[in-house]
Design a protein around this ligand. Structure first.
Ligand code: ADP
Length: 352
């Protein structure tokens, strides 16, 4: 019996209810007739049936429609954030449709979307917590160092010519590190909040690499590292990208190849024309990255060797900035590395 009412439209339900009432009353009147208490002709019974069926159907129809309207209005008020249109009246309820199924579907969709929003918010909250934790952890070290040197100087070391200048220099170096971290954090913040609008232009990536090579020449010389091109890269490649963003990418990658390169080694930049894009690779023959560290090199504040990175003035944010910039261009970056032999960072750029 229940299954009979399972998938009916409200209009069909009103009809079934009216039919049931009309049949019951007609049968009762017929039974009264049999008992000799009240007699109606066949025509009379038929008219009685039709009148009850008609009035009951109309009463059910309008009552059910109003009932559904009130309930749906309440549900829509909860699930739709916007105000319901004043045009949404009881007569808008389509009684010959599976209206409750439609509402159920909409509520399910709403619940699903709500779940997704909650998940995204939770992810964001975790991200924020971790970010603040990482940042305060990173800022602590230089702050403690600065404090240490200044207090030691104030406690008397300032009058000791053997250490006073050295302590001040170390305090200054830590202050520089603080500034570098804050600068990189600002860049990451801009990239992540989408504030960094890409200024896409056509330019020669080979010329830009030349500029970065000459800017980093002194740093490379200090470690006796040669900055060169692989054969085949000695030509011009036109790309479409944000020039200053890509300059930052090249600086970070080439600087890393100097920091983690072998003393007296070589940094090579390769450029390949791959039909639809340009592939740029920065290779060094330095310390390389252990395989277990490789998946994390683009993570914020990740350093395989903390003291070496700090000594070289690293913030642990360089590669994470590189990845953000490349992904903002909808391009890819990857790394191959063999410990003791060197690393290659490869990225793609849109061809102009
Ligand atoms: P950092 O400021 O420490 O250099 P990065 O984000 O630029 O931060 O790099 C993260 C870590 O990845 C580095 O600390 C280092 O351990 C590793 N790394 C990056 N580039 C190289 C490279 N060319 N050779 C070896 N290790 C590298």
């Amino acid at each position: 019996m229940a299954s009979m009412f399972k998938n009916q439209t409200p209009q069909q339900l009103s009809l079934i209810a009216a039919f049931t009432s009309a049949t019951t009353i007609t049968l009762v009147v017929f039974a009264l007739g049999l008992a000799g208490l009240f007699t109606l002709s066949w025509q009379g019974l038929a008219v009685l049936f039709l009148v009850i069926m008609g009035t009951d159907f109309l009463a059910n129809f309008f009552f059910v429609r109003y009932y559904i309207f009130r309930k749906i209005k309440l549900i829509y008020k909860v699930i739709h954030r916007h105000k319901l249109s004043p045009d949404f009246k009881a007569d808008k309820i389509q009684m010959d449709h599976h209206i409750l199924d439609d509402v159920e579907r909409e509520v399910d969709q709403w619940a699903e979307q709500h779940d997704r929003e909650l998940e995204a918010l939770e992810k964001l909250a975790t991200y924020r917590r971790r970010f603040i934790g990482d940042v305060s952890h990173e800022l602590k070290t230089p702050i403690f160092n600065i404090q240490g040197f200044i207090h030691t100087l104030l406690d008397g070391a300032i009058h000791d010519p053997a250490v006073n200048t050295q302590y001040l220099q170390r305090a200054a170096k830590n202050a520089d590190r603080l500034e570098a971290i804050v600068d990189d954090l600002e860049t990451i913040n801009k990239l992540e909040s989408g504030q960094m609008v890409l200024d896409l232009r056509d330019f020669d990536i080979r010329d830009l690499t030349d500029e970065v090579f000459s800017d980093l020449e002194m740093k490379a010389k200090a470690r006796n590292i040669r900055l060169t091109y692989k054969e085949g890269a000695n030509q011009h490649f036109h790309v479409r990208a944000d020039k200053e963003g890509i300059r930052q990418v090249l600086i970070n990658l080439i600087q890393n190849s100097i920091k983690y390169g072998r003393e007296g080694g070589v940094t090579k930049v390769s450029l390949y024309d791959m039909e639809t894009y340009i592939l740029l690779e920065v290779s060094d023959n330095g310390i390389g990255v252990q395989p277990e560290h490789l998946p994390h090199v683009f993570d914020r504040f990740f350093r395989a060797d903390k003291s070496r990175s700090r000594e070289a003035g690293g913030t642990g944010l360089g590669l994470s900035i590189v990845k953000h910039i490349i992904e903002a261009h909808k391009q890819t970056i990857n790394v191959r590395s063999t410990p003791g032999q060197g690393s290659t960072f490869g990225l793609t750029l849109e061809k102009a």
